[in-house]
Write a protein that binds this ligand. Sequence first.
Ligand code: GSH
Length: 226
Amino acid sequence: MPKTRSTSKSSELLPLKLYAAASPSGFRVATILEFLGLEYKIQTVNLKAKEQKEQWYLDLNPNGKIPTLVDPNTGFTITQTAAVAQYLVDTYDPDHKVSFKYGSEEYYKQLEYINLSVSEFAAINSQLFFFKRMAGTNDEFAITHLSNEVNRIISVFEQLLSKNTKSGLYFIGDHYSIVDASIYGWSRYLAMNEIDVTQFKLFKQWYDNFDQDETVQRGVTRLLHN
Ligand SMILES: N[C@@H](CCC(=O)N[C@@H](CS)C(=O)NCC(=O)O)C(=O)O
């Protein structure tokens, strides 16, 4: 069972350090840090300049991608957004503001949806983004296949949202969680990937609400203007 630190004494905590960029994975973690009310400093990693592949960064994150979180309060360095999200709630969310109680049904739903978010939604969107904007060729087969997959996953999200009694507001239960933050990352880039979400009514409603949330916007703004 995870051990949490008391956030009531968060003023005694040293600021956490987030290595990130204004990109889907950066927005996911910044949003969670904001929801938890944690102090954090951002070091922007210049992805275009390939700073993420420089040795000093690879020493922190051998996978050479953002984000990386360094927590001076525990001495831990964590990479991979799903692991960072789990670490943050295990360590700093004893009251389950953005998570669910260990061992509950909602806890396992959280695990399930986060896996869907990182292993399919994020990974496939990221490949689609590459073929649409970076590959320099027009590979119609890849673009059609990946666009169909993204649409399929959003239709799964639509079903998940409809199953929640708070239909269209939160993925699980009656409050935002690391699941919403995780799915939000690539949801911000669907228009850029030319994915039209108008047919997914609950997903669109969920996205608009989350995107307009003041706390979410604080994290987004910090990354955009760092
Ligand atoms: N599985 C990783 C994916 C992270 C990722 O794809 N980060 C992108 C930005 S959103 C990145 O650093 N791209 C630069 C690169 O691939 O070199 C995670 O969840 O943290």
